[in-house]
Design a binder for this molecule. Structure first.
Ligand code: ATP
Ligand code: MG
Length: 358
């Protein structure tokens, strides 16, 4: 005959080797039996940490949880129950468990499986699906707007070409050819914007040492004629005492867009037109401010101007992509941008850019 102690030993050994937690709770909510998996799932060190104690002693506040309500109902009515439960541990962490509760003469028998990892994976999939839906909707809008924005200058070029075909007057021909040139430049500008958007998404960040002042000077040089013809005064205050490491192409694209906007949206009615560019760098971050006393941005548009294709008005030509790409690029560089503007008075764009030195 087999020694009953041997049987108990074998049974305990088998239960301890189960992946599932196995516990018996008395009607007074005391732990009567727990296997090794329960120790692990409850974040305890040994069986002695639980056995003989009540659930309330080990997990204060458990009596106010949904889980406890279910357990009480099972205990009282002798019901079985199978459900998934989120458990808040005293150390502030959380875990997800699949629980099967069965009433037994000694109280309740609970079988538990830790499904925290599965739940986390499900959550990640949920977030990714939402991102994917957003990206799809963005792509739809993008394709529509790109096609539209490329077609309108083409249509006007075709119209101008038919004028030229019919026109004998040399002067008129040159006028129309110049108009065609400006439409093509507009298209080229737009395609450049679309390309920088796509590059920002595709190409890895490549950092190098950058002189903020030199970058800004170079850009201001490109716009020298425009600045002079519009009589816009430039004020530069750059304080860079530490090296600044950043992706050169992206950094240069950001400042070019902000300078071009500050020029484009100047106020021709003001006599003292200016653009003030301030910059300072520490080992962690570079702050840049582009301030202009141009036409300003009406308050109701201020939180929308960073959206794809968003434009306040069509009076001045543009595609409404510049600030969207600047914002996306800054996010890629670990930075951010925000705007302060008083309509008709002034506008300042504030950028915070990560210094890759640290
Ligand atoms: N400095 C500024 N002052 C006033 N309004 C501005 C300024 N910068 C941007 N805006 C407003 O924000 C809108 C969006 O700017 P954004 O640079 O994205 O597009 P855009 O200049 O219209 O076209 P582009 O794609 O050619 O840059 C502009 O249409 C303009 O109304
Ligand atoms: Mg712009």
């Amino acid at each position: 005959m087999v020694n009953p102690n041997t049987n108990i030993f074998l049974l305990e050994n088998a239960l301890d080797n189960l992946l599932e937690g196995f516990q018996i709770i008395s009607p007074e909510w005391k732990y009567l039996y727990v296997n090794k998996s329960v120790i692990k799932q409850s974040k305890c060190n040994s069986k002695e940490d639980l056995i003989g104690f009540t659930m309330m002693e080990k997990f204060p506040g458990i009596e106010n949880t949904k889980l406890f309500k279910v357990l009480s109902r099972c205990m009282l009515k002798g019901n079985s129950k199978y459900f998934e439960n989120k458990f808040d541990f005293p150390d502030g962490t959380q875990g997800w468990f699949e629980l099967r509760i069965e009433p037994i003469p000694q109280g309740l028998f609970i079988l538990s499986i830790d499904i925290t990892e599965r739940k986390q994976a499900e959550k990640e999939i949920e977030i990714k699906s939402a991102d994917l839906l957003k990206a799809n909707a963005e792509l739809d809008r993008f394709v529509y707007s790109v096609a539209h924005d490329l077609r309108s200058p083409l249509t006007s070029i075709l119209g101008l070409l038919s004028f030229i075909e019919q026109d004998d007057n040399e002067f008129e021909k040159i006028k129309h050819l110049n108009l065609i040139k400006s439409r093509i430049e507009k298209m080229d500008e737009f395609i450049k914007n679309v390309l920088s958007y796509s590059k920002n998404n595709r190409i890895e960040v490549k950092v190098q040492n950058i002189s903020i002042r030199k970058e800004i000077d170079d850009k201001l040089n490109i716009y020298k004629n425009l600045l002079e013809s519009n009589m816009i005064d430039i004020q530069l205050e750059i304080d860079q005492s530490v090296p600044f490491y950043c992706d050169h192409t992206r950094f240069s694209m950001i400042i070019e867009n902000l300078i071009s906007n500050a020029i484009k949206y100047h106020d021709p009615k003001k006599s003292n037109r200016y653009i003030k560019i301030k910059g300072n760098a520490d080992i962690n971050v570079v702050n840049l401010i582009f301030e202009d006393n141009g036409i300003g941005i009406p308050y109701k548009h201020q939180d929308k101007i960073f959206k794809m294709f968003y434009r306040v008005s069509n009076q001045i030509p543009g595609s409404g992509l510049g600030l969207f790409i600047v914002k996306e690029t800054l996010e890629k560089l670990g930075g951010k941008i925000w705007v302060d503007s008083i309509p008709k008075i002034k506008t300042s764009f504030n950028c915070e850019i990560r210094n890759y030195l640290s």
